[in-house]
Design a protein. Structure first.
Length: 426
C-alpha cells in the first residue's frame, strides 16, 4: 500500500492539472500530439530513404544544408509575421507545410525531389514547436510552467511510443529498407498531418496579437527597427544566440546517425524501431517528474544534471560492441539523435528546462521577434550538415558523431551557466 502512494499522488496531480488546463493547451495536446506521432513515423528513415533514392553522403549533407539555409533566410521575417498575423495563423502555416512535406516525400522518384521537401520541413519545424511552446508559456503560470511543458511532451510521447514499430511493420510488409518499403509511411503521415491542421484551424482560440510595431510599417523597416531594439534591450539574448548556435551543430551528425546504426552497427528496421520505442518510453516515465523538479529546484540545475546523460549515450552509440549495448543509446539519448517524440532519450529531456528558461527570459510581446532572430542561426546547421557529409564520405564517421558533443560540452554548458534564471515571469 505504501508503495502505491507516490503513484496515487502523481495521478491526482495529473488529474488536477487536466481540470485546470486552458482550453488552448488541451487543443494543442491533441493536435500537436498527432503531428508529433506522424513526424515520428519517418524520423529514423528520412536519411535512409534519401540514400535509397540515390543520394550519396555529400548530397545527403547538402539536402540538410539547403533546407537549413533557406529556413534561416525565412526566419528573419517570422517575428514580423507573428506580430502582424498572430501565433495561430503562423502555426497553421507550419502545419500546412508539414502536409506538403509528406506529399513530396511520398511522391519522390529521385533524391533531388526531396530538396523542396527538406526546405519546407525545416521551415515547419521552425514554426510548429516554437510557436506551440509560446502558446503553452503564455497560458500557464510561472510556478507550473516547466511541469506543463514536460506534461505536454509526455502526452505527445505516448502515441510516439508506437510510431517506430508501426513504421517498422509497414516497411517489413512492403519490402524492407528500400524506396518502396519506406514510401507508404509518408502517406500515413500525410493523413495524420492533415487532421492535425484541421484541429488547429477549427478549435484553437488565438492568443492576443502582441504589437511591437505598427502594421503600417514596411517589412524592411519593421525588421530593422524591431531587431535593433531587441538586441539593445535584451542583455542575455546574445548569450542565448551562442547557445542555440551550438545546438545547431547537432545537424552535423543528425543525418548520419541512422546510417551509422544501420551501415556500421548492422541494425535493421526492427532494431531501429526498438531504439525509438525505448527512447520514447524513457521520456514518458521521466518527463513529468523532471518538469516538477525543474519548477522546484530550478531549470538550470535540472538541465546540468541531465545533459551528461546525453553525452554518455553518444559515446555508447560510437563504441557499443553489440546491439544490446547499442540499445542503451536509445534510452540515454545522443547529441544529434532525434527520437520519434522529437527528443532523444533521458538526456534529451534536458531540452525542456532549457527551452522553458529561454522563453521566460523574454517578455511575451518580444517572443515572436526572439524566435525570428534565433531561427536565423539555421545557417549554422546548414554548414554543419555539409561538413558532416564531407567528413563522412572521407571515412571520418566517428568524428562526425563526436564533434557536436565536444561543442556542446565546451561551449554550450559554460555559456548557459552564465545566463541568469527566472527572467520574465509573464
Amino acid at each position: 500500500m505504501e508503495a502505491a502512494k507516490p503513484i496515487t499522488r502523481g495521478l491526482a496531480m495529473i488529474s488536477n492539472m487536466l481540470r485546470r488546463l486552458d482550453r488552448r493547451f488541451k487543443v494543442l495536446l491533441c493536435s500537436i500530439g498527432l503531428q508529433t506521432w506522424s513526424s515520428g513515423l519517418s524520423t529514423q528513415y528520412n536519411q535512409l530513404y534519401a540514400v535509397a533514392l540515390g543520394a550519396n553522403p555529400i548530397e545527403l549533407g547538402s539536402l540538410e544544408s539547403v533546407g537549413g539555409g533557406v529556413s534561416s533566410a525565412f526566419s528573419a521575417p517570422v517575428g514580423y509575421f507573428i506580430d502582424r498575423f498572430g501565433v495561430k495563423k503562423m502555426l497553421l502555416l507550419g502545419l500546412i507545410f508539414s502536409v506538403l512535406v509528406s506529399l513530396l516525400y511520398g511522391c519522390a522518384i529521385n533524391w533531388w525531389v526531396l530538396i523542396p521537401a527538406i526546405i519546407l520541413m525545416r521551415i515547419s519545424m521552425m514554426l510548429i514547436m516554437p510557436l506551440t511552446d509560446i502558446i503553452i508559456v503564455g497560458v500557464t503560470s510561472f510556478e507550473k510552467r516547466a511541469l506543463a511543458m514536460s506534461f505536454s511532451r509526455a502526452v505527445w510521447a505516448i502515441p510516439a511510443l508506437f510510431a517506430p514499430y508501426f513504421s517498422a511493420t509497414i516497411i517489413s510488409i512492403f519490402g524492407g529498407i528500400n524506396v518502396e518499403g519506406i514510401r507508404p509511411i509518408y502517406f500515413v503521415q500525410l493523413a495524420a498531418s492533415l487532421i492535425a491542421t484541421i484541429l488547429v484551424l477549427v478549435m484553437l482560440e488565438p492568443l492576443p496579437i502582441q504589437k511591437t510595431f505598427s502594421h503600417q510599417t514596411s517589412l524592411k523597416l519593421g525588421l530593422i527597427k524591431g531587431y535593433r531594439d531587441l538586441l539593445k534591450s535584451e542583455k542575455w539574448l546574445k548569450y542565448w544566440l551562442v547557445a542555440w548556435a551550438v545546438m545547431r551543430l547537432g545537424s552535423m551528425s543528425a543525418p548520419f546517425i541512422p546510417l551509422w546504426i544501420v551501415q556500421v552497427k548492422g541494425a535493421d528496421q526492427q532494431f531501429l524501431g526498438l531504439m525509438g520505442t525505448l527512447s520514447v518510453l524513457a521520456q514518458i516515465l521521466l518527463q513529468i517528474p523532471v518538469g516538477s523538479l525543474a519548477d522546484s529546484i530550478g531549470r538550470k540545475k535540472v538541465f546540468l544534471i541531465l545533459r551528461p546523460i546525453l553525452y554518455a549515450g553518444t559515446l555508447i552509440l560510437i563504441w557499443a560492441p553489440n546491439h544490446e549495448v547499442l540499445a542503451l543509446a536509445g534510452i540515454l539519448g545522443a547529441v544529434g539523435l532525434m527520437g520519434p517524440g522529437g527528443l532523444s532519450g533521458i538526456g534529451g529531456i534536458s531540452f525542456i528546462p532549457l527551452v522553458t528558461m529561454y522563453w521566460e527570459n523574454f517578455p511575451a510581446e518580444k517572443r515572436g521577434m526572439v524566435q525570428g532572430i534565433s531561427g536565423i542561426l539555421d545557417f549554422i546547421g546548414s554548414i554543419a550538415s555539409l561538413l558532416g557529409g564531407i567528413l563522412w564520405s572521407m571515412g571520418y564517421r566517428e568524428i562526425v558523431i563526436i564533434l557536436p558533443l565536444l561543442a556542446d560540452l565546451l561551449i554550450l554548458v559554460p555559456v548557459f551557466m552564465r545566463i541568469p534564471e527566472g527572467g520574465s515571469k509573464h
